[in-house]
Structures are given as structure tokens and as C-alpha cells.
Design a protein around this ligand. Sequence first.
Ligand code: ADP
Ligand code: MG
Length: 255
Amino acid sequence: MGYVIALANQKGGVGKTTTSVNLGACLANQGQKILLVDTDAQGNATSGIGIQKANIQKDIYDVLVNETPISEVILPTNHPGMDIVPATIQLSGAEIELTNLMARETRLKDALQEVHDDYDFILIDCPPSLGLLTINAFTASDSILIPVQSEYYALEGLSQLLNTIKLVQKHFNRSLRIEGVLLTMFDARTNLGAQVNAEVQKYFGDRVYKTIIPRNVRLSEAPSHGLAIIDYDPKSRGAEVYSQLAEEVLEAHGK
Ligand code: ADP
Ligand code: MG
């Protein structure tokens, strides 16, 4: 049975997509079969792992709104061992359309049942909001990985995120847990990084990953080539740290 992890933080630009794609690819390199689920209308995970818009017949919107079987939507990515449920701009209206549908919070969970056993990990890249798409992701997930950008006000908004997690636990998914908290875009040259690190440690304790993702320009270049960092520049610092994160995640799962 695939273990489902949502990558969430309602702030944009904190590294959700970068982590979804690169953690997924590094886990696949460790022999894990991975399904990436793009639930952001921006489709950054989709394009970032090499899916051309012209090759997308149906996407996550069709799964959530039209109940298209998820197996009809899955595409292989540029990284062996990792498939994707793509997203396109079509998804931008879904929050509103879902409001009026039956079982609006459990649609992704229901859809994933079909392919649950085909993967070791299913990673859901969430949009930068706490709306129905993120609720669907939390309801479908075993756990949540929270990327936190190393910057001023890093913790701002996290109480709303934790509140949403509590609500989903209460109403839809009692066993939902926090997988871990990941510091991203860390800049070792400033004191700020160390301060944010201390603050996040104080708040989340041992749920913070030992692996810290530094700023690495190669990580920001890789998506425009449609490649995961380990394929774009396997010797980069970015490739090294995401491989390390994958090992930490596997260890936490006894693998
Ligand atoms: P989110 O999905 O949370 O909005 P992204 O993963 O898309 O965030 O990251 C936001 C931007 O920052 C992207 O342009 C991405 O390429 C870049 N980025 C993410 N992580 C790093 C990093 N560790 N070093 C440098 N650039 C990064
Ligand atoms: Mg994103």
C-alpha cells in the first residue's frame, strides 16, 4: 500500500513543488515506486518534470470534478520510477465547482484507491491555499510534510495550517499526522538562517528534518529543463541534499 504524503504550506514560494519533484525522484532512485499528484493550477510540478501541455489529455481536474478514473490521467515523467497526475490551468475553477459536489472533501482519497497498491509513496504537491484542494489532499494523506522557507516571519501562517490539519483530523481523517518539517532555501551566510532554524526547532522539536535545503541555483534551473535535480546536475549541492532527505524519509518509514 502506498504511503500518501501531502506537501503543504499555504505560503507560495516556500519549496513545496521543488521538494515534491526532487524528493520523489530521489526516492525513486532508492527503488521506490512514486506517484506525484499535482494539485496546483500553476502546474509547476507537471512542467518541471517534463510534461508538455500538448501531451495532457486529461488532468487532476477531470479526476476531482468529472470523476475520471485516475489511471486514465497518470503519465510517466522524465524520471524513471516516478509517474504523475498532471495539473493544468483548468484546475483554477475547481475550488468553486467542488463546493457544490457530493463528497467534495473525499474526492481525491476516493480516486487514489484505484492505484494505491501500485506505488510505495504518493506525494501530493498542494496549492498555496487552505481551500478545498488542500482539504482533499489532507483527507487523502497519511501525513503532511511542511516546507518552511528560511526567512523572516517563517512561522507566520503556520498556526492556520495546523488548525486546518486539526479540522481535517476531526472530520475526515483521524490518523493524519505530520511527516516532518523541512527548512528550505537556507542561507548559511546570514544569521537569519540560524535564527529561523532555532525558532522552527522550538516549535516543532524533533519533527524538523536534520537535512536542511540550502539555496542552490541549480535547483531553480532544473525545472526549466523538465528535469529533477539528480538528472539535471547529479553533482550539485541540491542533488546531494535531496538525496539525503530521501534517506531520512526512508529511515523514518523503516525502509
Ligand atoms: P512553492 O511550490 O512552495 O510555491 P517552489 O518549489 O515553486 O515553491 O519554489 C519557489 C521558487 O524558488 C521556484 O522558482 C524554485 O525554483 C525556487 N527554489 C525552490 N527551492 C530552492 C532552493 N533550495 N534554492 C534555490 N531556489 C529554490
Ligand atoms: Mg508549487
